[in-house]
Design a protein around this ligand. Structure first.
Ligand SMILES: [Zn+2]
Length: 140
């Protein structure tokens, strides 16, 4: 283990792993937003999502969809999958640098909706054609 993996809680998560495959593993987020809030990570310490190998992405998404299906069947009406890349934030209890994907169950007008997302509908606006062109150029 090098310095980074030595200090990374996700590189030392072994006893909390509930499901794994060759290159990825899943465990419950602690702290968590809602019951059934899972994190899926590559076993290897990776900080930039685009540094994941094709094989790691495949194993990560196998676990994500396995968990999502279980959550929808047993706990919710739907699920969210989310990956945040925020290098501008300092690592701590609510932010780890080891790439991870959040998977959690959703219900119609659930807790997350009530406390924050019901205000998000006001953020949506019609797409401007110039903005469309600008981002089309970005991807060329
Ligand atoms: Zn790590």
């Amino acid at each position: 283990m090098n310095q980074k993996t030595n200090q990374c809680p996700f590189c030392n998560i072994n006893e909390r792993v509930l499901k794994s495959n060759t290159l990825a593993q899943a465990f419950l987020s602690n702290p968590r937003k809602v019951p059934g809030h899972f994190l899926v990570i590559p076993k290897r310490h990776v900080e930039e999502p685009w540094e994941l190998t094709e094989a790691e992405i495949q194993d990560i998404f196998k676990l994500i969809f396995f968990i999502e299906k279980k959550l929808v069947k047993k706990l919710g009406q739907g699920a969210d999958i989310r990956q945040n890349y925020r290098p501008f934030l300092k690592a701590g209890r609510l932010k780890q640098n080891h790439v991870h994907f959040h998977v959690y169950p959703r219900y119609n007008q659930d807790f997350l909706y009530q406390v924050s997302e019901k205000f998000e509908t006001d953020l949506f606006t019609d797409l401007d054609p110039e903005e469309q062109d600008e981002f089309a150029k970005l991807l060329k």
